[in-house]
Design a protein around this ligand. Sequence first.
Ligand code: 16G
Length: 240
Amino acid sequence: RRLCRDTVTRQPLAYLRLRRAIRNVVEQGDIEAGSALPSERDLSRLLEISRVTVRKAIGGLVDEGVLVQRHGAGTFVAERIVKPMSRLTSFTEDLRARGLNPRSEFFERSLGEVTPEESMALNLSPGAQVIRLHRLRYAEDEPLAIERTVVPASILSDPMAVHDSLYEALDHVGCRPRRALQRLRAVLLGAQQARLLHVHVGTAGLNIERRSFIDDGRVVEFTVSCYRGDIYDFVAELAE
Ligand code: 16G
């Protein structure tokens, strides 16, 4: 509706104008999340601008995470995942609550001796055993986060007990996290992380450290997660 020809073509850098115009339309909710954008050809006819310009503008918005392209299906307004910050839930629970199917690809699932850094994070003495998980977390086929977790082996002794969800495994041994401290930091994804998460190098990531505790005060996990900043919104309710 708002994408009329005059607003787009009068500028020297037409593709930047178009890019901004589409972004505004999406941000104002004129096109709903998940819905399809008109085809490149239709947009180019409608606005009387070249397809090259349209393609460039759309490509930029795909890089920004505003739009997503699906092979053979077209271009869609990206749907963001809103994650409440104030609830101590797991990746698996968050996704199931949204009707999505979580799964993990494990790079590491092992038992070993704690490193000095891990012993500080977990309040363990040197020489203690820990289990380590390094995983790529997916919703269906879409990678969403990379996580590295350490858990004291005194709480969970068999790394293979984590089939997919850590919190489910902790539930089984009666050690569900009750409280957690979380630190969130912005990062730019490097080559390796970007490749795993199927995004461009330099896409924003949310680096989140979580230390969770059980009732008796012991630290049950230390996890460093890298969530995709192009699709995740972390929200918290604040009170005075
Ligand atoms: C979430 C937690 C992570 C926890 C994981 C367990 C954040 C930022 N991080 O990703 O600390 O280890 O869930 O999920 O929310 P799981 O039970 O599915 O393995």
